[in-house]
Design a protein around this ligand. Structure first.
Ligand SMILES: [Zn+2]
Ligand SMILES: [Zn+2]
Length: 262
């Protein structure tokens, strides 16, 4: 069995970071960065155009402590859905409302290869929720996995790219070979709530060979699951309950975007 590095020792190789920076500089000359919202070419250093930076809807307090959805009343702790559903996580934060502009930015990232959009999402996640993420003290960030055939079609898992960028910015390890998508599922957005649940039964599995219970208990007792879009929470709950079974004691969620809700 290959030797496993403890999670907290997964560090950030400075030469790799420098090489990436140089490669990014050259790539930028050939492929200038475009605005995630409207697609116009951006001036050097900008991650979003001025107009879209005003148009994207950032989530403000009060927000649900479990999923991060905005709340109508400040005296509530949880949204209606979280209060009336099984939730295995004890904390959650969301950054943007999933409106038309965000739908456009996410579909650019997921279906049109606009992986640059990740930098804007990660930067906003760190500036808006960095302090909350720090105070949760996650041992690692865990992306919601995609099935390997989808990974082959797309070439990347967008949630993993977001995780890696945030992990690099905040120096939190990213563990992406632990929670796996065991079964290819239909896109959740096309299904009603009962079918959503059924669609995900048995969808997630764990790599118990590299992450046995003793390792989870000693190195991964608190983790934060990261995804691009949160709708009903069914996917996240499936991931969270799986990680709970594996021995994780505290689970947090980070959603880049979330439906404005119920
Ligand atoms: Zn724009
Ligand atoms: Zn909620």
């Amino acid at each position: 069995m290959k030797k496993q590095l403890p999670v907290h020792k997964m560090k950030f190789d400075q030469t790799v970071v420098e090489e990436n920076r140089l490669r990014d500089g050259l790539t930028r000359l050939l492929f200038p960065r475009k605005c995630p919202g409207c697609g116009i070419v951006l001036p050097t250093g900008a991650l979003v155009c001025e107009e879209c930076s005003r148009e994207f809807t950032l989530i403000k307090e009060p927000a649900c402590m479990i999923c991060g959805r905005p709340l109508e009343y400040g005296n509530e702790e949880m949204c209606y859905t979280c209060a009336n559903s099984t939730r295995s996580n004890s904390f959650g934060v969301s950054i943007f409302i999933y409106d038309d502009l965000m739908r456009n930015a996410m579909s650019g990232l997921k279906f049109h290869g606009q992986t640059d959009n990740v930098d804007y999402f990660a930067a906003m996640a760190v500036s808006r929720a960095g302090a909350k993420i720090r105070s949760f003290e996650p041992c690692a960030l865990v992306p919601v996995p995609v099935h390997k055939t989808r990974l082959e079609e797309r070439g990347y898992n967008q949630a993993e790219l977001i995780c890696e960028k945030i992990g690099e910015m905040m120096e939190i390890p990213v563990v992406s070979d632990w929670l796996i998508r065991a079964r290819k599922t239909d896109f959740q957005k096309n299904l009603g709530s009962i079918m959503r649940r059924r669609n995900l039964e048995g969808a997630f599995a764990l790599n118990e060979i590299d992450y046995p219970r003793e390792r989870v208990e000693s190195e991964l007792s608190r983790v934060m699951i990261v995804d691009d879009i949160y709708t009903t929470g069914t996917t996240m709950e499936n991931c969270a309950s799986k990680l709970k079974e594996a021995g994780v004691t505290e689970i947090g969620l980070l959603n880049i975007s979330i439906g404005a809700g119920i």
